[in-house]
Design a protein around this ligand. Structure first.
Ligand SMILES: C[S@@+](CC[C@H](N)C(=O)[O-])C[C@H]1O[C@@H](n2cnc3c(N)ncnc32)[C@H](O)[C@@H]1O
Length: 313
């Protein structure tokens, strides 16, 4: 296994994580490539979900196990282990890499709470812009919800291509576009209320911060991954996975704690005290406007089918 790493000599290990990069956790200024690592976002991002293995990730893991077989899977920007942990349950050999040591601590906690051994997983602090693996060393790569955080996603794709073996797959998961969402027609009015409430909080917050000269950090939210990958990879395979599981997210249990905890990546450069002041005020105003309804409002939906796309080298 050791010969897949670019590093020569001893590799430093911190809390069981190979330290394969000295790059900062977050880079949001300067002339070079920028990215938003989740070191300070961790707990608020993962929230109550850190002990769950969600159905979508479990299905993605089954697909990864099927195509990777006894090969090696790189979960790039593995974060809190949403994909790594169900892969570990299936015995997939995983290189789980993230720029944030904190996120990999949460990953370990997720595995522990679900009684899943990480024996088949090698945790590595790494920078996706300079993957510390040798050329053609892995069979499958996933970089779920990562490219949009990086100012130069093309460079990350070139790195992914480089480390994949010939015939290897870059696997991406998307929602099926033709699914009628939310799909729970009876809840249209309540869902509209939820969307309106979230919108008022989000817009009110950023409007106030804008007046104070602070803007949301969004690097590659509009990056056309599919076009870039089709131009780079030899062939493309897609698979539709049916879902249809109903869910209900209460605003005060899901959006609000993450938002108030600065758990959204575009909040990364908002100074903590300014965030608290503006967030408390805006949320307070919206809460007052909606009264008791505020605590009950939530979103009823049906999980859309997933489209798994494999870009094959
Ligand atoms: C939104 S989370 C997604 C985590 C996980 N892939 C998932 O699907 O839940 C994005 C992750 O990308 C990591 N990240 C951001 N920039 C990175 C970089 N340059 N190199 C490695 N990881 C990075 C963050 O630290 C964070 O854990």
């Amino acid at each position: 296994m050791k010969d897949i790493f670019k590093a020569n000599g001893e590799i430093r290990v911190k809390n069981g994580v190979l330290q394969l990069s000295d790059a900062p956790d977050i880079v949001t200024d300067g002339d070079g490539d920028k990215y938003i690592g989740y070191e300070e976002i961790g707990e608020a991002y993962s929230g109550n979900a850190k002990h769950l293995i969600d159905e979508g990730s479990a299905l993605t893991a089954e697909y990864i196990a099927e195509v990777t077989k006894d090969g090696l899977f790189l979960d790039l920007g593995c974060g809190d282990g949403a994909v790594t942990v169900p892969c570990a349950r299936l015995g997939v050999r995983v290189i789980a890499g993230d720029i944030s040591n904190k996120m990999m601590e949460i990953l370990k906690e997720r595995a522990k709470r679900n009684g899943i051994s990480l024996e088949s997983v090698t945790l590595c602090r790494m920078n996706a812009l300079d993957i510390p693996l040798r050329d053609e060393s892995v069979d499958t790569v996933v970089a779920n919800s990562v490219l949009h955080l990086i100012s130069n996603p093309e460079k990350v794709l070139r790195e992914i291509y480089r480390v994949l073996k010939p015939g290897g797959r870059f696997v991406c998961r998307d929602d099926a576009p033709d699914m009628d969402r939310p799909g729970a027609e009876g809840f249209a009015e309540e869902n509209e209320e939820y969307m309106k409430t979230v919108g008022e909080i989000y817009e009110g917050y950023w409007a106030e911060l804008g007046k104070r000269g602070v803007t949301a950090k969004r690097y590659s939210w509009r990056f056309d991954r599919d076009a870039a990958c089709r131009a780079m990879f030899g062939s493309v395979e897609t698979k539709r996975i049916e879902r249809g599981v109903p869910y209900f997210n209460r605003l005060v249990d899901s959006f609000l704690p993450r938002f108030a905890g600065k758990g959204f990546s575009d909040q990364v450069d908002v100074p903590a005290d300014l965030h608290r002041e503006v967030c408390d005020r805006v949320v307070g105003e919206v809460r007052e406007k909606y009264g008791e309804k505020f605590d009950a409002v939530g979103y009823h939906g049906i999980e859309p089918d997933m489209i798994i796309t494999s870009y094959v080298k």
